[in-house]
Ligand binder design. Structure first.
Ligand code: ADP
Ligand code: MG
Length: 684
């Protein structure tokens, strides 16, 4: 069997299961073995009733002393069973699972796995999984893969299918030279794949991860090298000169540009007036003032008679950029004619905008990914700016570039990465960095507190509002009913109105209609709303310098990198700003994790520490960075490996620049396969 064999050739996989696999985009043996576990479960030795720890997921064993039911309670038919161990008893409850009754015999020995809760003096386990001793023994003693499933497909089926595929497969030869693998301490591809599905222990997960992350990085770096080769040869199709308009604008601004902003702006001017096409990334932490630099570049473009486009990841942010630019145009009499293009606009409005873009009537187009839709035809697009690059993939950026005839590219990112890694990860871009925040900023004051701090927090917010400031409160849920242990925007807003009746309080969340969202955001920006209760929709880019308080409920539910981005919504003006992280989980580890935020403002350090505090099995499924969402590799956790891989590519290409040596033939073939796949994705 080879990798392209369809999954229905596997023994025991019929049409029905095949259809379910297809739903998960698994069509071939290759797809199946590349379907990695979401996480791993450890099955520890079963305990007796007297050794139960309340609140933990545990496997409990004992003799059944009674089986009762079903009794009807509301919508439920409940079966209860009792496990007895001396004087201690555990009640087991099953809901609407009538067939369970036949499986349980009084006097028999069983293993139940589930969470044990306490109600008064009763110990209860609800809807546990039931195991036979033999089945359980097989699971014990090594990490057991847990796969993401779809309704109708069980973990058992996936595990069985994966393992029979692994047995049947005829592996291709290893593509990397054995000596290189030895030096890098990396196992073969086939070994990594079999370990990731069948780890003997925690170490084997790490061994497998290392190889798979290496592959992720290797192909990505090879693609960047290719793009870089193409980029250097690109001529400047839109040579520009710096006109008096930008100089005058800078002079009239109410603030002085920081030295990072100045340096970046000079580099952009040189790029756009030089021989080659600009391909530049501006990296700067939240609040460092990237927008004004982008606007300067767009202004220079317009003054040279061309069009520029500014693409933002959300409508809220695109709309805000439009407002900012419109205000500046009025205030400073800039020769910019901006239009907004976002998905929620009416078809007739869009048509008019398309027309003005096509005729060249407008010279600045601001929008979301609507900008890259096929209907948009530009007249003379010379500059494409992507804001908050970390929210887009590399591919969307390229798609917009494809719209014009090799326009200049300027990318803005707040993804915190040290320079050594940025050079690798943005290998096809030139780098500018804005290291400092504007001089008038005061460092944000942080606190990590428990829920009993709320009354003080509300008092604090109301004092800030009395001083003319505004506040954000972030909840992780939109409305009740999703996860009732967590605060939700709608109920919280009502509660807060009761506590602070004099304040103007509103809410914002992603399920609202775009137009509604824009209105609320505008009202907040205009100062008509004192407190905005919101989900993380405000996380990216939003700039309301007058807001000075960021309060986050259930802070323990967020990744630290995300909390850092949220924190970036305050401290954007000259007023002292404050961040209040409320944790409803008081355990030591959680508080320690959140306190990292209070200790540093360095985004990279925050993201790395966050991962260090997680267990090794928790690496999967954690998406730290939207921009570099690799299958296994993580730029923070695997930063050392990323550098090693880059060095490996350097050496490889120094020795064999076109990979034409016989020993590299297989490697070359798989690199070409990767290029083709990524081009295919790009054209979707
Ligand atoms: P980000 O880098 O996060 O995109 P913005 O460009 O939105 O940050 O800038 C944040 C705020 O700082 C804006 O209100 C902007 O007008 C202001 N700002 C930008 N540059 C300076 C500066 N050199 N001095 C003072 N304020 C500045
Ligand atoms: Mg920004």
């Amino acid at each position: 069997m080879n990798l392209n064999t369809p999954v229905n050739k596997l023994k025991g996989i019929g049409d029905k299961t095949t259809a379910l696999f297809n739903k998960l985009h698994i069509y071939t043996y290759e797809d199946l073995i590349n379907y990695f576990p979401r996480e791993y479960m450890n099955y520890e030795a079963p305990v007796g009733v007297s050794d139960i720890k309340i609140g933990n997921i545990q496997t409990v064993t004992g003799h059944l002393s009674a089986v009762n039911g079903p009794i009807t309670a509301g919508r439920y038919k409940i079966i209860t069973a009792v496990l007895k161990d001396g004087l201690n008893t555990l009640e087991i409850m099953f809901f609407n699972q009538p067939y369970i009754k036949k499986m349980l015999k009084v006097g028999g020995v069983y293993l139940f796995r589930g969470k044990v809760i306490q109600k008064g003096t009763r110990l209860i386990m609800q809807s546990p999984r039931i195991f036979s001793r033999n089945d359980y023994d097989e699971l014990m003693g090594h990490p057991v893969p847990v796969y993401s499933l779809t309704s109708g497909l069980s973990g058992k089926t996936v595990t069985k299918a994966v393992n029979s595929a692994l047995q049947d497969i005829q592996w291709d030869d290893e593509i990397f030279p054995a000596s290189a693998l030895k030096e890098l301490d990396i196992v073969s591809h086939s070994k990594a794949i079999s370990l990731i599905h069948n780890p003997l222990n925690e170490d084997s997960i790490q061994i497998a991860r290392r190889r798979l992350a290496f592959e992720d990085f290797f192909y990505f770096i090879m693609l960047l090298r290719k793009n870089r080769e193409l980029a250097v040869t690109l001529k400047n199709s839109y040579p520009m000169i710096e006109t008096a308009d930008t100089k005058r604008f800078i002079e009239k601004l109410p603030f002085k540009l920081t030295s990072g902003q100045k340096k970046t702006w000079n580099q952009i001017c040189e790029d756009m007036s030089g021989d080659g096409c600009m391909n530049r990334l501006v990296q700067g932490d939240v609040g460092s003032g990237k927008t004004i630099v982008a606007i300067l570049a767009l202004l220079m473009t317009a003054c040279n008679g061309y069009q520029g486009a500014l693409m933002a990841p959300t409508e809220v942010l695109a709309t805000q950029h439009m407002e900012t630019v419109t205000d500046l145009v009025k205030k400073y009499d800039l020769p910019l004619k901006p239009v907004l293009l976002v998905g929620s606009m009416k078809a007739s409005e869009k048509k008019a905008v398309y027309e003005s873009i096509k005729t060249g009537e407008c010279n600045l187009i601001i929008g979301t990914h609507a900008l890259i839709q096929e209907k948009v035809e530009y007249s003379k697009l010379a500059l494409v700016v992507t804001d908050e690059q970390h929210r887009f993939g590399v591919r969307q950026r390229e798609a917009l570039a494809d719209k014009g005839n090799q326009p200049h590219i300027l990318v803005m990112s707040a993804t915190p990465i040290p320079r050594t890694l940025a050079i690798i990860l943005y290998g096809d871009l030139h780098l500018s960095a804005i290291h400092e925040l504007p001089a008038d900023r005061l460092p944000i004051k942080n606190c990590v507190v428990k829920t009993d701090y709320r009354p003080s927090a509300y008092k604090f917010i109301s004092d800030q509002v009395a001083m003319g400031r505004q506040a954000y409160v972030i909840c992780s849920q939109v409305e009740a009913g999703e996860n009732d242990d967590l605060e939700n925007v709608i109920d919280y807003c009502e509660k807060l109105k009761d506590v602070l009746p004099k304040l103007n309080i509103s809410y914002l969340h992603g399920k609202m209609k775009p137009a509604e969202k824009n209105t609320i955001m505008q009202n907040f920006a205009d100062g008509n709303i004192d407190v905005l209760v919101s989900t993380t929709v405000i996380e990216v880019g939003i700039n309301v310098p007058n807001s000075t308080v960021m309060m986050v409920e259930n802070a323990e539910r967020f990744g630290l990198a995300q909390l850092h981005q949220l924190r970036g919504r305050v401290g954007r003006g000259k007023h002292q700003s404050y961040c209040i992280f409320i944790s409803s989980n008081e355990d030591k580890k959680t508080m320690e994790r959140l306190n990292i935020l209070a200790g540093t403002n360095d985004g990279f350090k925050i993201a790395s520490e966050d991962l260090r505090l997680r267990g090794p099995g928790e690496f999967f499924g954690v998406r730290q960075s939207g921009e570099f969402a690799f299958k296994v590799g993580d730029i923070y956790a695997d930063s050392a490996l990323l550098e090693e891989t880059n060095n490996f590519v350097d050496k490889l290409l120094a020795d064999d620049p076109k990979l034409n040596k016989v020993e590299n033939a297989n490697l070359k073939a798989s690199v070409i396969r990767y290029y083709e796949k990524s081009e295919m994705l790009q054209s979707i």
